[in-house]
Every structure is written in C-alpha cells, then in structure tokens.
Design a protein around this ligand. Structure first.
Ligand code: SF4
Length: 218
C-alpha cells in the first residue's frame, strides 16, 4: 500500500509547533546566496546531514518542480487548515517559475498567513514574483541581507529587511530585524533593528518561538 506523503511538516523548536513549514535543500536552491550566509547556514549543518533529512528535502525539490505542485500544495494547505505557513525553513526561491508557483498558491489560499525570508531578491528575474507575493494581504515578505549584499537599492512596498550579523564589526544599524550568529548572541547590541527574540538569552530561556513571537508573520 502506498503512503501519501505530506508536503508540509509542523515546525521545530525555533519555529514552533503551530506553524507549517516547507523546505528545500539549502544552497543549491539559493541563487541569491552570499559567501557570508553560506558560511553560517544552519541548513547545511547538524540534522541536515542525516540521510532521512537529505532524502526528504530532495523529494520536496522534485515535487516543487512538478506541474502538479501548485494544486497539491493548495489542497494540503486547505485540508490541514493551516494558519501560518513558513515558506523555506531551508532553501529559497530557486527560479522565476517556482516563485510564480508560490504566488499562485498564495492567491488561491488567502486565509492562512504565509511568510518567507529570501535572498532571491538579488536575482532580477525572480524579484517581480516576490514583489507580487509581498503585495498580497496573506503574505509577509522579508528580504535577507548581510555584509556581502549591502542594503537593497530599492525595498518594495510591504517588504521588510532582515539583517544577518556574523561578526561584531558588521554594521547592524539598518533593517527591521537582526539575526545574529550564536557567538554574538550574548553581546550588547548598538543599532536600530530589533533582535530576533529567540536569539537573545532572555528569549531563549523563556523558549520563545516564531509561533509565540509573531513578529515576522503577524
Ligand atoms: S522575530 Fe519572532 S517570528 Fe521572527 S524569526 Fe525571530 S522568533 Fe521568529
């Protein structure tokens, strides 16, 4: 008897168990990746080395490339009654066609809240689909930046900017949200962006996650 596999999984410790998650193999699906983000990417470490995880992400990518992807995802989001969907806990919008598939999914499912962080805004042919997603009421779009990307020349309406800080000397005075690598999480921060609370000692101790925080998707 064949088992029908779901596309979405329920979130982890960071995301929280109330959020549905979609992921792809990191780096190979990240056309906007930088040397900086690749050097600290959590989706290339730890559990992502397990065969089962690698197989699952490869399967997801195959599904994403199929013509049936949009219909299958729409059906699943509706059937599961998803409230919040994180698009790409690992991976990114790897092509224009694939980004347009997500635009179609979001248009067909206006009730749940979709959110994503992406460096594919750096790829001119993918950027228009990202902007169209950001314009939807059901979507929260974040452009990811770091010291290699610099601040985008243009930030489209409804898009917020998330800065990755990997070194104390990295400028951290622009953007709407700051992610910091583990070694910086106990350091005092000077600058404007709000630090992701799950990456602060206090937030970590109180086990805050994206479901309980909501800053990125609410
Ligand atoms: S700011 Fe909140 S919602 Fe955004 S990543 Fe951090 S914990 Fe999650």
């Amino acid at each position: 008897m064949s088992v029908i596999r779901s596309l979405l999984t329920l979130g982890n410790r960071k995301v929280g168990e109330s959020i549905h998650v979609w992921s792809l193999p990191a780096v190979r699906t990240c056309p906007g990746a930088t040397a900086t983000c690749k050097s600290v990417c959590y989706a290339t470490r730890h559990r992502y080395h397990f065969d089962a995880v690698k197989e699952r992400l490869a399967w997801n990518l195959e599904e994403a490339e199929r013509e049936t992807f949009v219909g299958k995802m729409v059906k699943e989001v509706r059937r599961k009654g998803c409230l919040v969907v994180r698009v790409h806990s690992a991976g990114d919008f790897f092509s224009k066609v694939y980004a347009e598939k997500w635009l179609e999914i979001m248009k067909a499912c206006p009730r749940p809240r979709f959110y994503f962080y992406t460096r594919s805004h750096r790829v001119p042919e993918i950027a228009p689909a990202l902007e169209s997603m950001a314009a939807l009421k059901c979507c929260r779009a974040w452009y990811s930046i770091d010291r290699d990307t610099g601040f985008p020349d243009r930030v489209p309406p409804n898009v917020r900017v998330a800065l990755l800080q990997v070194d104390e000397n990295d400028e951290a005075d622009s953007g709407d949200l700051l992610f910091r690598v583990r070694k910086l999480r106990k350091k005092k921060r000077l600058g404007l962006p709000v630090v992701c609370p799950s990456e602060t000692p206090k937030g970590h101790d109180s086990e805050i996650n994206c479901g309980s925080c909501g800053r990125c998707w609410s």
